[in-house]
Design a protein around this ligand. Sequence first.
Ligand SMILES: Nc1ncnc2c1ncn2[C@@H]1O[C@H](COP(=O)(O)OP(=O)(O)OP(=O)(O)O)[C@@H](O)[C@H]1O
Length: 234
Amino acid sequence: MQGLRVVRGGREVLHDLAFEVPRGTIVGLLGPSGCGKTTLIRALVGVQVVRSGTVTVLGEPAGAPGLRRRVGYATQKPAVYGDLSVAENLRYFAAMLGAPRSDVARVIDEVGLGRHRDQVVATLSGGQLSRVNLAAALLGGPELLVLDEPTVGLDPVLRQELWELFRELAAGGATLVVSSHVMDEAGRTDRLLLMREGLILADGTPEALRARTGARDLEEAFLQLITEQSGSAA
Ligand SMILES: Nc1ncnc2c1ncn2[C@@H]1O[C@H](COP(=O)(O)OP(=O)(O)OP(=O)(O)O)[C@@H](O)[C@H]1O
């Protein structure tokens, strides 16, 4: 991604962003609410009108038709049908994608919803609902998974399990871009993009960010970077 600028509602919300994501890694996109994480994700999956810049995904321009089956995207708000069961939703999405039917059982298992496979989605808890949404993004075994705050509303045990799943997927060669505004999740990534007000404040491994700022934890490192940035802007 190079020189990415996005204007929304008459205001520039991403300012000249550039970064590259190596395959097979988990990249965390972190920053406070409204800093532009979702907009950046929308640009990656090719649904965002951009003012300028180039976004290349798996060697093709973001949003190219050939990427449809190679990129899995889970939006922040679950986008599944409330009046269908978990399995019915996933069978439908698998058919739309041309993914094998056997994938349905696999992804239900991966997100730990086996006991709820025949439950109507409207009756699921919030955490279960977000897992159905995630399961839909896993259909077809995409090479790039783009997940917008996939762990919101989940208890610590489930969050831990999902991060283990993300790690397994990356070990199998998938690349994951995962947004979050929870700093304790940042330490689980291979690489962090810390965002603030439409800019990338820092880009590096969690260890490198801690070392660079001399901070004890990533929350403190983030605050330190903000102070540095404000100092250099003044
Ligand atoms: N459709 C829109 N029209 C105008 N402004 C918008 C629109 N969508 C987003 N914005 C603005 O763009 C900025 C970035 O929003 P974005 O949704 O990318 O943030 P975010 O980091 O994902 O936030 P959150 O963590 O709360 O989801 C915000 O200031 C938001 O108000």
